[in-house]
Write a protein of this length. Structure first.
Length: 229
């Protein structure tokens, strides 16, 4: 698939609806306006398989992804928030980076489907690596409006994403799992749960093994936190 040319295809053209058609038209317009450094990616929030949430992408060479690939951290968090009935809000003008170190200015926008429910995420990732070196002259173009808590590498698959989330949970506690108390492990597990880590297939096996606990204990930690909310 040649993502640089914009000749991308849907995961299933037979299921393309009016909303998605409009989003694809918008994606092509944005990519044409800002050039090959502007990636526009459409995620299906109701995808049955979380390893394949991307239904359309143009200029996928920016992050190395293509149609049929999986979600980023913010997409996974959004799916988890939807399951909990929590409100969703757009995130505009924040910094991310690719695994190769390219600097991106990103925006994430939530779109409703024909039924009035949130159905899609439109993610825009603009490669500003070259512009950063001349920031003074293009400062208005690359200004960051949101806090950097959304900063993070965009993974190419859900296994990489799970590894990143586990690393972040350990960094949050500030010590290795072998040195954590039960309460600290509970906090780390809650972080992973809130990020939607357990939506990933077989994530429970990996997380329980990493933290040196049984699957039963893992689920009991999750239940403890549910009861505390």
């Amino acid at each position: 698939m040649n993502t640089t040319s914009g000749q991308n295809s849907l995961s299933s053209r037979t299921e393309m609806n009016h909303t998605l058609e409009n989003l694809i038209c918008m994606a092509h317009g944005m990519a044409r306006e800002f050039g090959r450094d502007c990636e526009v990616c459409i995620h299906d929030l109701n995808a049955s398989d979380l390893e394949h949430t991307i239904v359309y992408i143009i200029n996928g060479h920016v992050t190395g992804r293509e149609s049929g690939d999986g979600p980023s951290k913010i997409v996974l968090e959004s799916i988890e928030a939807m399951k909990k009935g929590e409100p969703l809000s757009d995130h505009l003008g924040y910094l991310t980076h690719t695994q190769s170190g390219r600097i991106l200015k990103s925006s994430t926008m939530f779109m409703k489907g024909d039924d009035g429910q949130y159905r899609y995420i439109v993610a825009v990732n603009y490669d500003i690596t070259a512009l950063v070196s001349i920031e003074t002259s293009v400062k208005s173009l690359i200004a960051v409006e949101e806090a950097n808590e959304k900063t993070g590498a965009i993974p190419t698959n859900v296994n990489d994403l799970l590894d990143t989330l586990i690393e972040q949970s350990v960094q949050m506690i500030g010590k290795l799992p072998a040195l954590m108390t039960k309460d600290e492990k509970v906090r780390a597990i809650q972080y992973l749960n809130d990020c939607g880590a357990f939506l990933i297939t077989r994530s429970g096996d990996k997380v329980s093994s990493y933290f040196g606990i049984s699957k039963f204990t893992l689920y009991s930690y999750i239940d403890v936190n549910k009861g505390a909310k």
